[in-house]
Design a binder for this molecule. Structure first.
Ligand code: NDP
Length: 622
C-alpha cells in the first residue's frame, strides 16, 4: 500500500496550500471507473481522418485569411537589397531574434512580416477577452530592458500588442520591417553564399543568414464540416475578428450583436476567453462543443505596486526560470508565480513511490484527483445539471491546454446562452442558415469559428513557402520522410539557415522562454560567423543523427504516460498514431531547461561542434 500526496492550493489565499494525501482505497473516486470513462470518451472522438478533418484558409475559404486590421490597398515599391540577416516573422520570436542580434552587435537585418505591424499572435488575435494565459510578468519579454510592468497578472491582448510595439520602437526595429509582406520563396546561391529571398511585394533580398521565426500557431484552420461553404450568414475565424460586424472592442461590449443569433464552434482556449463577451452581448448565443476544456480558477488581479518596488535587477529571468522549473516537474522551495499552472505540477507524490510502476500509478491518481476538482468546480458554478455534466472534461490534465477563467462557466447560467453539446461527435452539418447537431438545426445570423490553428501538418507546409538549398533541393523533398536537424535549428544542405520552431527543438508552457533561448543562440552563431569571417555553416550528417537519437530517447521515455490514452487534439496528432514523418516533428522531450542548457553548453564550448564551417576565401575548413 502506498499513499498519494499532493499539494492542494486555493490560489486566492496567500500561502493557502496544504498537503493532502489519500490512498487508492480512500479516494473519493474510483480510479477504475474513471479510467473506463476516459477510454469511452476518447473512443467517441477518435476519427480516422485525424488532421485531415480540417480545412485551410485558401480557395473558397481564402477570404477568412484577409487581414481585417489594415487599410485595404497598401502598395509600395519592390526592394532589391543585400543584408546580413533576414528574419521571417515579426512576432515574439522574430522580434526577440532582432533584439538579440542588436545586442550581439549585428545591426544589418531585415524583418519580413505578413501582418501590418509587429506582434504575431498578438497582432492577429484581437478577439474579445483575449489575454495571456501564462502570467504576464514572465510571458511578456524584455520587461526589465524596456522598463515596462504589465498592469495585470494576466495582461489583455491590447496591452500585449502595445508591448510588442514598444519593443519595436525601443530597439529601433521599425526601420528594418517590411510589413504586409509575405516571403514567397528562398534559394541558396552557392557562388555568393547568400540566400535570395523573394516576397509577395516583388522584393529580392539577398541575405548571408536567414532566421525563420514563422510562428507556432500562426496558420488558422477551419473545421471540415459538411456544408461549411454553403453558410449564407456572416462568419469569421477568431484570429480575424470582425469588429465592423460585432461592434465593440477586445474589451467586449459587442453592441451590434444585441439583435443577433450567434453560434461559436469550438471550446478551446480561445473560445473560453471569447464566450463570456459573446454571452454578454448577443441576443442568443449557441456554443457548439465537441470536447469541453478543463477550466481552473484564474484570479487575475492588478499588479501590486508594493511588490514591484521590491524587485531587484534580474528578477524577470529568475521568475521565468522558476516557473519553467516547476512546470517541468521540479520540486522547488519557492513558487514565485503561484497560479493554476504551477498548481497542476505541484505535489511530491513521486517521492512515495518505490518503483516506476508505482510512480506512474501515483501520478495518475493525483491527476484523477485534480481533474475531479475541475469537475467539482463545474457543479459549483453551473446551475443546470445537464449543462454542467456536459461541461465536464474526462481526460488527463495535460491532454489539452488547461484553461483558467472566472466568467466562462457562469456564462452558461445566462438565459440567452445555450450549450449545444455534440457528445464528442462534432457539428454534423452547416446549412445556409444554421448549424445542425444530432438532426436539429440551430439558426444563426453569425457563425464564429474558434477552431484553432494548424499544428498537425509538416513544418515545410506550415511555412507557406519552399526553401531551395544546395543543388536547388527543396526542403519539402529533403524532409518528405521527416525532419533532420541539429538542435532543431540547422539542417544539412540548407546553410546559414536558423529555424526557430518546435520541430526537434525546445518547447515550453511559457513558449516565450524557448523563443528567447533560440533567439539568443541564433544571435551568437551569426555574430561569431560575421566576426570571424565564416561565410558558411551547415550541420554534419553525424551531428543530425546524434541529435535525432537524443530526441528519440526522450520520446521513448514519454510514451508511458498520457499520450496514447489522451482524448484527441492537436497535442497528440488528433489521437492518430503518428507515422515516421510526424514522429520526426517531435519537440525535445527532456525538459525546457535541459534543452536551454544543451545550447548554452554548446556555445560555451565555442568550437561550433557539429557544424561544417567555411571561412572566407577558403573552399572549406573544419
Ligand atoms: P483549439 O485547437 O484548442 O480548439 C479548437 C476547438 O474547435 C476545439 O474545441 C475543437 O474541439 C473544436 N472543433 C474542431 N472541429 C470541430 C467540429 N467539427 N465540431 C465542433 N467543434 C470542433 O484552438 P484555440 O484557438 O482555442 O487554441 C489554440 C491554442 O492557442 C491553445 O491551445 C493555446 O496554446 C493557444 N492560446 C493561448 C491563449 C493564451 O492566452 N496565451 C489564448 C488562446 C489560445 P476538440 O477539442 O474536440 O478538438
Amino acid at each position: 500500500m502506498y499513499t498519494a500526496v499532493y499539494i492542494a492550493c486555493d490560489p486566492r489565499i496567500e500561502k493557502g496550500c496544504v498537503p493532502m494525501s489519500f490512498d487508492k482505497e480512500g479516494a473519493t473516486f474510483s480510479p477504475e471507473a474513471l479510467k473506463e470513462k476516459y477510454r469511452l470518451e476518447r473512443e467517441k472522438r477518435l476519427r480516422p481522418d485525424g488532421n485531415r478533418q480540417y480545412l485551410e484558409l485558401r480557395g473558397v475559404f481564402a477570404d477568412f485569411d484577409e487581414d481585417p486590421y489594415v487599410e485595404p490597398g497598401f502598395s509600395r515599391e519592390a526592394i532589391t537589397e543585400e543584408t546580413d540577416v533576414l528574419i521571417v516573422g515579426g512576432g515574439f520570436g522574430g522580434m526577440l531574434a532582432a533584439v538579440r542580434l542588436r545586442q550581439a552587435g549585428v545591426d544589418r537585418f531585415r524583418i519580413v512580416e505578413k501582418g501590418g505591424d509587429f506582434g504575431g499572435t498578438w497582432y492577429w488575435n484581437r478577439y474579445p477577452g483575449a489575454a495571456c494565459d501564462v502570467e504576464s510578468y514572465i510571458y511578456l519579454p524584455l520587461l526589465e530592458e524596456t522598463g515596462y510592468m504589465p498592469t495585470e497578472k494576466y495582461a489583455k491582448a491590447p496591452e500585449i500588442f502595445a508591448h510588442c510595439q514598444r519593443i519595436g520602437r525601443q530597439f529601433d526595429l521599425y526601420k528594418a520591417a517590411l510589413f504586409q509582406t509575405q516571403v514567397e520563396g528562398m534559394a541558396w546561391d552557392e557562388d555568393a553564399n547568400r540566400w535570395i529571398v523573394t516576397t509577395s511585394r516583388g522584393d529580392r533580398l539577398a541575405a548571408r543568414f536567414v532566421i525563420i521565426a514563422g510562428g507556432v500557431l500562426h496558420k488558422a484552420k477551419l473545421p471540415g464540416i459538411p456544408g461549411i461553404e454553403t453558410f449564407k450568414g456572416h462568419c469569421f475565424h477568431t484570429s480575424r475578428w470582425d469588429y465592423a460586424y460585432t461592434g465593440g472592442s477586445p474589451g467586449g461590449r459587442l453592441s451590434r450583436l444585441a439583435d443577433k443569433r450567434v453560434g461559436i464552434i469550438g471550446t478551446g482556449a480561445t473560445a473560453v476567453q471569447a464566450i463570456p463577451h459573446l454571452g454578454a452581448s448577443a441576443k442568443q448565443l449557441y456554443v457548439f462543443q465537441r470536447t469541453p476544456s478543463g477550466i481552473g480558477a484564474r484570479n487575475n488581479r492588478p499588479t501590486d505596486e508594493a511588490w514591484v518596488k521590491t524587485l531587484q535587477p534580474g528578477w524577470q529571468r529568475e521568475r521565468i526560470d522558476n516557473f519553467t522549473a516547476i512546470v517541468s516537474g521540479q520540486t522547488l522551495e519557492v513558487d514565485l508565480v503561484g497560479d493554476g499552472w504551477t498548481y497542476i505540477f505541484q505535489g511530491d507524490e513521486m517521492k512515495r513511490a518505490t518503483t516506476p510502476e508505482e510512480a506512474a500509478e501515483l501520478r495518475q491518481l493525483v491527476d484523477y484527483r485534480k481533474m475531479e476538482e475541475i469537475r467539482e468546480r463545474v457543479d459549483q458554478i453551473v446551475e443546470d445539471p445537464a449543462t454542467a455534466e456536459a461541461l465536464k472534461p474526462y481526460y488527463n490534465q495535460l491532454c489539452k491546454r488547461p484553461c483558467f477563467h472566472d466568467e466562462y462557466l457562469d456564462t452558461f447560467n445566462r438565459p440567452n446562452v445555450q450549450l449545444v453539446d455534440t457528445d464528442g461527435k462534432g457539428v454534423e452539418r452547416i446549412t445556409p442558415t444554421g448549424v445542425v447537431v444530432q438532426g436539429k438545426e440551430y439558426e444563426v445570423d453569425c457563425l464564429i469559428y474558434a477552431s484553432g490553428f494548424d499544428v498537425g501538418s509538416e513544418y515545410t507546409h506550415r511555412l507557406g513557402f519552399d526553401i531551395l538549398g544546395c543543388g536547388g533541393k527543396s526542403l519539402r523533398d529533403s524532409w518528405a520522410d521527416g525532419a533532420s536537424t541539429f538542435h532543431g535549428m540547422h539542417s544539412r544542405g540548407y546553410p546559414n539557415l536558423l529555424m526557430i520552431s518546435t520541430t526537434q527543438s525546445g518547447w515550453a508552457i511559457n513558449l516565450v522562454h524557448v523563443l528567447d533561448a533560440l533567439s539568443e543562440h541564433s544571435a551568437y552563431v551569426i555574430a561569431r560567423c560575421l566576426e570571424q569571417g565564416i561565410v558558411k555553416i551547415e550541420p554534419t550528417e553525424e551531428a543530425q543523427q546524434q541529435w535525432w537519437e537524443v530526441i528519440l530517447g526522450h520520446l521513448k521515455k514519454q510514451a508511458t504516460f498520457g499520450g496514447t490514452e489522451c482524448t484527441p487534439g492537436y497535442y497528440n496528432n488528433e489521437g492518430v498514431s503518428a507515422g515516421p514523418s510526424a514522429i520526426r516533428r517531435a519537440a525535445f522531450g527532456g525538459g525546457t531547461l535541459e534543452f536551454i542548457e544543451i545550447l548554452r553548453t554548446w556555445r560555451n564550448d565555442g568550437s561550433f561542434a557539429g557544424l561544417d564551417v567555411t571561412l572566407e576565401g577558403k573552399p572549406s575548413s573544419p
